[in-house]
Design a protein around this ligand. Structure first.
Ligand code: C2E
Ligand code: MG
Ligand code: MG
Ligand code: MG
Length: 280
């Protein structure tokens, strides 16, 4: 379009190829190499039962350390990976790596509830996704009862019926399914009722400044009540202080995850959150 407007605006357009979009291009090409060059790794963040304070699982979170660009936040590179069609390949790597870590802990005599893996909408929309998960469980030896998948509401934007059927199959295998970032997406309550899911993850934007922020207090209570009404567990993410924790616990939230308990960490650093399996 800029070209048609004549030379001056073309120059203007070129100049407006801002720092930001150059950055974006650099990220794109570096992302293409990241898997091959083993520049990805996973960190894990514990999730705790609000009443017993026992570990209920760990969320696997992807980290990218590029030799030139340094550490790049997943909030930055995941959307790019989705845009350039790399998310499936990256997502497959994450799933396998997380399952292998689970098996490693089990072989060390540890229990941990479930390993939770984030699944992008595009992954979920692939017809082969259920088979892929099945295969990874078989190949790694992780029991389905030790896996949780976190999905966002974004998949409901197109062809939700097909995805719902796949979620059903994953649930029947014994995998736990959560809606991540709940409240920020396409939350149609009539769909929520139809979804074969087990858990809502209250988005951290609603956990911020609890209980002082009255809007967030109202939203948090409403989501917890919705969970109770639909027989879904509710977990709060981004819990950073005792005041937030007390409010959520008192209002019946089941689980918590956040810096108050632990930042996402390398598996070796999580011993305090792993439970020794008792042999009888
Ligand atoms: P998410 O799945 O909602 O993960 C929660 C994010 O909140 C993580 O950010 C975590 O480090 C951060 N967090 C946890 N507790 C606290 C807290 O108390 N305070 C604050 N301020 N933040 C907290 P992270 O690791 O940077 O990941 C950001 C997002 O990137 C994730 O949000 C998820 O949407 C995406 N992501 C990360 N790993 C993967 C992956 O393997 N696959 C896919 N598809 N997406 C991923
Ligand atoms: Mg998540
Ligand atoms: Mg989340
Ligand atoms: Mg989030």
């Amino acid at each position: 379009r800029a070209k048609q407007d004549g030379r001056n605006s073309y120059a203007f357009y070129t100049e407006s190829l801002t720092k930001e979009s150059i950055e974006h291009l650099k990220l794109q090409s570096a992302l293409h190499d990241a898997l091959d060059k083993q520049n990805f790794h996973l960190v894990y963040q514990p999730k705790l039962d609000f009443v017993t304070m026992q570990t209920t699982g760990f969320e696997a979170l992807l980290r990218w350390c590029d030799p030139v660009l340094g550490n790049v936040s997943p909030d930055k590179f995941i959307p790019i990976a989705e845009k350039i069609g790399l998310i499936n390949e990256i997502g497959s790597w994450v799933l396998k790596e997380a399952c292998q870590q689970g098996v490693k802990w089990i072989s060390q005599g540890k229990t941990f509830g479930r390993i939770a893996v984030n699944v992008a909408g595009q992954q979920l929309q692939r017809t082969s996704f259920v088979d892929e998960v099945k295969l990874v469980l078989e190949e790694t030896g992780l029991p389905a009862s030790a896996l949780e998948l976190e999905v966002t509401e974004s998949f409901m934007m197109s062809d939700p019926e097909v995805v719902i059927r796949d979620l059903q199959r994953l649930g029947e295998m014994g995998i736990e399914l959560s809606i991540d970032d709940f409240g920020t997406g396409y939350s149609s309550l009539s769909y929520l009722k139809k979804l074969p899911i087990h858990k809502l993850k209250l988005d951290q934007s609603f956990v911020k400044d609890l209980p002082l922020d009255l809007n967030n207090s109202a939203i948090a209570k409403a989501v917890i009540a919705l969970g109770q009404a639909l027989n879904l567990k509710v977990i709060a993410e981004g819990v950073e202080n005792e005041a937030q924790a007390a409010f959520l616990r008192d209002n019946g939230c089941h689980e918590a995850q956040g810096y108050l308990y632990s930042k996402p960490m390398l598996p070796e650093a999580l011993n305090d959150f792993l439970i020794d399996r008792v042999h009888y």
